[in-house]
Design a protein around this ligand. Structure first.
Ligand SMILES: [Zn+2]
Length: 354
């Protein structure tokens, strides 16, 4: 008789609340994380300095590694630096989305568990098994283990640049569009949908989409942070980015690849991509709800609001399927010509009040 349910790779600690950083040293001293206190902590070169000053006295066994940027080169360099130093129990990424991505990749490379301490909520990579890094081709996604612990201090999030928090909203609500793509592929191609991963990712997206609060409120920030964590776990469950990445993300990846120097924040691009994809699949009311919610939070809903012309948007949508070969979304399904994309865009834009 089969009795085993599946085990989900997930952090041993998730701590999301105001003041969470006040207990960071105690959390890291957990025997499952770092009983010896020997930690390698990645921080940004800029705002990381203040974090280091705050935490160095309570983390005497830690070494600090400033990271220059969110490139794969920086991640490899960090791994080499960590390997060339002492023995550590874990790698801690203490900072924004880029620091977390770099620390996740470096930790995977040196075979150490990774603790994510997020100082903003810019994307769902804060607790996912994926590291997104800039490389010679623009930007790449690399598979890594899920973080062993996850800390979000809402007092810190409220002080973070609001644009980075808004970006997380776009990434969270885009789950709804990504799941619609997954279900479409199931109907058309018979691709299996992981029901648990879909449930977690969709519920996370809906919770953010339908929450009446805003980025200045703890209640909303809690839901947003939890939604991003659950999105990451959903990816661990399905073993790929399917629950959180569909046409919305293909469009964003196209912006990243075609315009690497001009790309906007990930969540800004995928939020816009999701609103447009909902329209493409004929979900007009949902598309309208997306644009209203994105607008309410100060996120872009039109390409010119992130510095791209309509022509550039149309080209990005046309190019998007090439960014994730093998992934079937509404874009691959409709296989639109450039003229058809332009018409669909006019349709979409006409529903948005200026
Ligand atoms: Zn994303």
């Amino acid at each position: 008789m089969p009795v085993l349910t599946r085990l989900i790779p997930s952090p041993v600690v998730v701590d999301i609340r105001p003041g969470a950083l006040d207990d960071l040293a105690g959390l890291l001293a957990d025997q499952r994380i770092s009983g010896s206190g020997r930690l390698s902590i990645a921080i940004s070169g800029g705002s990381g300095r203040a974090l280091r000053e705050r935490f160095a006295p309570v983390l005497p066994g830690a070494d600090w590694f400033p990271v220059a940027d969110g490139t794969i080169d920086s991640a490899v360099r960090l791994a080499d630096d960590i390997k060339g130093s002492r023995r550590y129990d874990a790698v801690v990424g203490l900072g924004g989305g880029k620091i977390i991505d770099v620390a996740k990749y470096a930790a995977a490379r040196v075979g150490l568990p990774m603790v994510a301490v997020a100082t903003n909520l810019s994307h769902d990579g804060i607790c996912s098994p994926v590291s997104t890094l800039d490389n010679d081709n623009g930007r790449g996604s690399y598979g890594v283990p899920t973080p062993i612990a996850m800390v979000v201090d809402l007092d810190v999030i409220r002080d973070a640049p609001v644009r980075f928090v808004r970006s997380g909203i776009g990434d969270a609500v885009s789950n709804i569009s990504a799941i619609a793509d997954w279900e479409l592929s199931h109907r058309i191609n018979g691709e299996p949908v992981d029901g648990l991963a879909a449930a977690m990712a969709r519920t996370a997206g809906e919770a953010v989409l339908r929450h009446p609060g805003g980025v200045g409120e703890d209640e909303f920030l809690s839901v947003l942070a939890e939604a991003l964590v659950l999105s990451g776990i959903a990816m661990s469950i399905s073993g790929d980015t399917r629950p959180s990445s569909g046409a919305c993300h293909e469009i964003s990846h196209a912006f990243d690849l075609l315009h690497p120097k001009r790309a906007a924040l990930h969540g800004e691009q995928v939020g816009l991509g999701a609103a447009f994809a909902m329209r493409l699949r004929g979900a007009h009311e949902e598309s309208q709800l997306f644009t209203e919610v994105l607008r309410r939070h100060g996120l872009p809903v039109l390409p010119e609001e992130i510095g791209f012309s309509v022509d550039e948007f149309v080209r990005a949508v046309a190019y998007a399927p090439q960014t994730r070969p093998g992934r079937f979304t509404i874009l691959e399904h409709l296989d639109l010509s450039t003229d058809q994309i332009r018409d669909a865009y006019s349709d979409y834009a006409s529903t948005i009040s200026s």
